[in-house]
Each structure stands twice: as C-alpha cells, then as structure tokens.
Design a protein around this ligand. Structure first.
Ligand code: AMP
Ligand code: MG
Length: 403
C-alpha cells in the first residue's frame, strides 16, 4: 500500500498549472495573475480635491478666523468629472466637489464645513496649509510602476487597482474546469422519491461545492449507472470540456465497479490502495487524446471528501498556479479519546471547541456518516503508527474553517 504523501506526490506530478489566458477583468476574480501589470498613468492621475469645499490660494486666507472671516468671490463650480473653466484670480475661490480636478492657481481646499457655504461669495472662517485636502497626482502610483506581480491571487482588494490602471482584460491562469461524474446504479437525484435500496447522489453535490471552494469551476455529470458503455460515453462527452475529471464510486473490489473496469483497460489510469482511513481505494491518470487528468474517488461520501482534501484540492490549487497548496495545519489538544486502525493515516472528523481544543464528532467515524461530516470543521490526523489517542493528547489538525 502506498502512503498518503507518496500518492499525493503522484497526483501533483500528473497535473500542471493551466496555460495563461486573457480574460475580461470581470472574469478574473480568484484567478492568479500570469504577468506583471504596470500602470500606464499615475494614480491619482491629476491633482484633485479630497473634500467638498472651495479651492483657494492658501496665502489669501492665512489670517481667516471665525471672528474675522475672509470673503472671496465664487467664480466657478466644479463637480467630479468636470474641469474649472477659469483659473483662480486674487480674491476668488472656486466651489469644488470631492474628486474634481484642482483649478489652475489653487493650492488648497477649504472644506465646506469651515465656510458659510456661500454660492456667489463665500466667507471662510479658517486658514489651511498649502496642499490641504489636495490628493496629489502620482502620490499612490507613479506611471510605469508595477502595481501587481505575476502570481498574485486576484481577490476583491486586488480588483480595484487593476480596474484603476485601466485593465479591461488581464492575463491570468483560469479557474480549472472540473467535471464531476458520480457513478452507481443506486443513485437518484435529491428531490426524487426513493424506492427501497436507492440513495440520493450526495457525492457530486459535495464534490462540486468542494471544487468551487478550492477555486475551480465544477459541474455535475450523472449520476451514471454501473454500466461500462454508459460510463465510457459520459467520460468521452466531458473530455473536451474540462481540465480535470473527477469520478466518484466504482473503484473498490465489487463486481460492478465499472470505473475501475473501464479505465484499467485504457492503460493510463492506475488504481491502488492507499494506507489511509477513510479513502483506501484510489485511482488517477489521464484519458483521451489530450491526456485530460482524471482522479477517481471512492464512493463512500466521507471517503470521497477526505480524498478530495488530500489529493484533489492541492491538485486544483497547483493547476491555478498557487504556490501554497495546503490548508492551515496546527497542533491542538484532543478533548476526547480516539482509536485509529494500524498502519493507516486516519483523518478523523472533529470540531474546534471554544477553548481551541478539538474533539471528534459525536456520531462516529464511519465512512458513510454524513451527519458527522456536516458538523465538522477540523480533521484530526492520526499518524500510521498511532492506534489510540488519549483525551488531553496533542494532535495534528487540518483547519477546515476557511475555504
Ligand atoms: P462504491 O465505491 O461505488 O462501491 O460505493 C461505496 C458506497 O458509497 C456505497 O454504499 C454507495 O452506495 C455509496 N455511494 C457511491 N456513490 C455515491 C454518491 N454519489 N453519493 C452517495 N453515496 C454514494
Ligand atoms: Mg458503486
């Protein structure tokens, strides 16, 4: 049996970062920038007011006070998006709004709160320093500066500056497109009445959501019945549409384990047992002319999820071009005891307690126990050589609290 780390290394070696693509900025969210972006113009690109008020020559109001305000003639009015049609002359002010360009001759803005808000003449009751309330051109970004480096993940805070420097399109590594094919003749869609022996297809919902959280665009295919021809057709249909195929089910030792039967004959998909619990039966490889990567996950829902966390999530992040493939790992006290099978790495569903300790979920660790999976926000990792954890022991924990 291969250990978890060696299998993970094999999976990571079987995928590569997706080729960069020019996309509209609106589609670049959560993609990784593939080239340095520099500013074609400075930010701000012109001196402008940071307040609603009056553009003035600060020297003219140096002696202004509440007791003896200075009167100036208002000769123009500039909203944001317009320019003053006149330059400031001695004895004048120009009414100005936040973001409007500074008029010629003005070196400061007096906020409207420090005036009588006059329209033809304004009484100014306070002095301001030269440059007060003026946002100087280029104080944020100088023209030609690199504003974002290749490799940056584009989130909300990164979007703003890309838009501000005029990126209509950006070169990014796109979000991987993942086809999730669930297999099993017992599977029906949620919302369909269940005959005895049937269950609803929960894995594909779990996996598509997990893919989205990992930064992929995933979609469901199936459920596909345990029939070799039906499965083959489903795979062939997806080959040209996606960057990665995920299947669930059909990879154990059962008589109807179609996924294994069909893909084994293709020659480039390997099936093996991994020394882990849950999630022992696994497979991965490539299919079709374009050698689309495929990862075949076990059918038991918890096994599917634990396999996703260990193998698929890092693969998706590698395809996105992210340097950091793993979730945060920490050490915490385990509040209750736990047993673990020998020679296997166990991933026990657990919850963080307010104290920062973790405790295994109450409903048990069976690979079909969906209640415990839903409750969990942590995985306790019990090493291969450890078969029991006592209450109070320190354990390694995968923190699932952040996507
Ligand atoms: P398999 O790996 O196909 O032998 O499936 C193992 C177990 O997982 C069986 O109890 C299946 O009914 C269950 N299972 C397989 N696929 C799914 C699925 N998509 N959703 C929920 N349970 C599944
Ligand atoms: Mg099955």
């Amino acid at each position: 049996m291969l250990n978890v780390d060696d299998y993970r290394a094999r999976i990571l070696a079987s995928v590569e970062p997706l080729a960069p693509l020019n996309v509209p900025l609106s589609s670049a969210h959560e993609c990784v920038l593939a080239e340095d972006v520099s500013a074609p113009w400075p930010l701000p690109s012109f001196d402008n007011s940071s307040m609603d008020g009056y553009a003035v020559a600060s020297a003219e109001i140096a002696d202004a006070s509440a007791e003896s305000p200075v009167a100036l003639t208002v000769i123009d009015d500039v909203p944001a998006g317009y320019r003053a049609s006149e330059s400031l002359r001695p004895g004048t002010a120009i009414r100005i709004m936040t973001g409007a360009p500074m008029p010629e001759g003005a070196d400061a803005v007096v906020p409207v709160e420090r005036t009588d808000a006059g329209v033809d003449t304004v009484l100014i009751s306070d002095s301001v320093d030269p440059g007060a309330y003026v946002r100087k051109a280029a104080e944020d970004v100088v023209a030609g500066d690199v504003v974002m480096r290749a490799g940056t993940l584009i989130g909300a805070r990164q979007m703003a500056i890309l838009a501000a420097v005029g990126c209509g399109t950006v070169k990014v590594r796109p979000r991987p497109r993942v086809a999730v094919i669930s297999t099993g003749s017992e599977l029906v869609e949620p919302g369909t009445p269940l005959r005895h022996g049937l269950i609803t297809d929960s894995n594909s919902y779990l996996l598509v959501a997990a893919c989205h959280e990992a930064g992929a665009d995933a979609y469901r295919v199936g459920p596909i019945i345990d029939d070799e021809a039906a499965f083959m057709t489903a795979i062939e249909d997806q080959l040209h549409r996606c960057d990665l195929i995920l299947t669930s089910g059909g990879v154990s030792m059962g008589a109807y384990d179609t996924v294994k039967a069909v893909l084994s004959t293709l020659g480039s998909v390997d099936f093996m047992k991994i020394a882990m619990n849950p999630g022992m039966p696994q497979g991965h490889g490539h299919v079709g002319e374009d050698r689309t990567p495929i990862i075949t996950l076990p059918g038991n829902p918890v096994s599917s999820y634990i396999s996703f966390e260990n193998f698929v999530r890092p693969a998706i992040r590698l395809m996105r071009g992210l340097p950091d493939l793993d979730r945060p790992i920490l050490r915490a006290r385990c509040a209750a005891s736990l047993t673990s099978p020998p020679h296997k790495r166990q991933f026990a569903r657990a919850v963080f307690l307010p104290s920062g300790d973790v405790t295994p979920v109450g409903t048990g660790q069976g690979s079909h126990v969906l209640g415990g999976l839903a409750e969990s926000d942590a995985l306790i990792v019990v090493p291969e050589e450890v078969t029991s954890v006592a209450a109070g022991d320190e354990v390694t924990v995968v923190d699932l609290r952040h996507a």
